[in-house]
Design a protein. Structure first.
Length: 415
């Protein structure tokens, strides 16, 4: 049987050739979840307002299911109103007697990281902050995320919420996750609700336009076209920043180019760039992921591999039957990787079959490595060895065929 334990997540398809100055960093292919770069990606760290991606997913899910409407209006409760008046936090000003649509609050949460707006959305989805936090935790569990600690809906340190913290959470607690888990959240958000990009790519918008409370929201994602950290070769269109004293500067970014979409996560960025240092580090990751890898079809479902083409069949109408992977595998490999760097390790679970045998019988598996390393994915089941199965049914040979085959084998053994 095959024993194929996945390597540590810090190992990508090849040794990293880019240096990212952050406590943790990750770059993945958005479609497949293949990890192209990882450093300390399983280290659990504060995630600050990147938290809002989880809440926004649940809002979009409620919209999609019809439980919530974009034009539905919300009046702030005293807690959200008080938070909105704290000018030391990211916020849009709310009136205690004001009415705000779900769409307004949604946009404020994504573009301006407005904390009180996110709290109001949590309330309207679940009825209370505590219930929304529970819903967030349940969603993470459903995605297989086990390293998360979620104590509030915003990503703030609980100390900023005062008496409004969720019961049972510490007064100084913050939301915590690994870079890998943050990337899983981002991948689900982009895959299930790609329309989120229509909002995250907005560089500037007025909240509650036409009223005395109107405020211009400048997007905190400075990598968007026209903003201070923009790179003309990187058409970034999302996702979410996050900053607290404990978390430092964080950014989950995404860029689509040449038919590919990349997701990057930088946590507690350091180094050059001043206020834009998280974007400087993100740009390094994005260039590396886009420029240093090429897509290669490593296996095609139903097509035999050169390393394992067939298996013998005892008493079969055919003495051999073709075997092939039961699924296709396309992955990104370093551009300088030649054919010799891709290795297929075949392990047979059945070295011979006995007819009759049905199509789809498992006979073994193949593990694929590139430059000596297994491929890494957010969903590690995709990195599992390829299962090899028979490509057709083999009937048992009739009596006369078996007799003549036996005679032939007898004489071949004599000579």
């Amino acid at each position: 049987m095959v024993t194929s334990a996945p390597a540590a997540v810090s190992q990508a398809a090849t040794a990293p050739t880019v240096s990212v100055d952050a406590k943790a960093a990750l770059a993945v292919d958005a479609k497949s979840g293949q990890i192209l770069y990882a450093n300390q990606a399983d280290t659990v760290l504060p995630i600050a307002s990147m938290t809002k991606m989880i809440g926004i997913y649940l809002v979009l899910d409620a919209i999609h299911s019809g439980k919530l409407q974009w034009d539905q209006q919300i009046t702030p409760d005293p807690v959200a109103y008080k938070i909105s008046q704290n000018h030391e936090l990211s916020n849009v000003p709310l009136r205690s007697d004001g009415k705000y649509t779900v769409k307004e609050l949604y946009e404020a949460s994504l573009i301006y990281s407005a904390n009180a707006a996110m709290m109001l959305l949590g309330d309207i989805v679940s009825g209370s902050q505590a219930k929304f936090v529970q819903k967030m935790q349940q969603q993470l569990q459903a995605w297989g995320i086990r390293d998360a600690t979620i104590v509030n809906t915003t990503g703030l340190n609980n100390s900023a919420l005062g008496t409004a913290i969720v019961p049972g959470t510490d007064k100084n607690a913050e939301n915590m996750m690994s870079a890998r888990s943050v990337a899983i959240v981002a991948q689900h958000l982009l895959t299930d609700y790609p329309q989120v990009l229509e909002t995250t790519k907005i560089t500037k918008k007025t909240f509650h336009a036409g009223t005395s409370d109107a405020i211009v929201m400048d997007n905190f994602n400075h990598m968007l076209p026209g903003l201070s950290a923009a790179d003309a070769t990187l058409p970034v269109d999302g996702l979410k920043t996050g900053t607290t004293d404990l978390a430092g500067e964080n950014f989950t970014g995404t860029v689509a180019k040449d038919g590919r979409r990349i997701i990057t996560v930088v946590m507690h960025a350091n180094g050059e760039g001043g206020d834009n240092k998280r974007f400087v580090q993100t740009a390094k990751l994005m260039h590396y992921a886009l420029d240093e890898f090429k897509p290669v079809t490593l296996a095609t479902a139903g097509q035999p591999l050169s390393t394992a083409k067939s298996v013998t069949v005892k008493y079969g109408a055919d003495d051999k039957v073709a075997i092939a992977p039961n699924r296709s595998l396309t992955a990104y490999v370093p551009k300088d990787a030649g054919n010799a760097s891709v290795v297929y390790r075949y392990t047979a679970t059945k070295k011979q079959l006995t007819a009759p045998e049905t199509k789809g019988t498992k006979v073994g598996s193949v593990a694929v490595t590139v430059n000596g390393q297994p491929l890494q994915f957010l969903d590690q089941s995709q990195a599992a060895p390829l299962t090899l199965t028979t490509t057709k049914t083999v009937k048992k040979a009739n009596f006369f065929v078996l007799i003549f085959r036996g005679i032939g084998e007898f004489f071949s053994n004599l000579f």
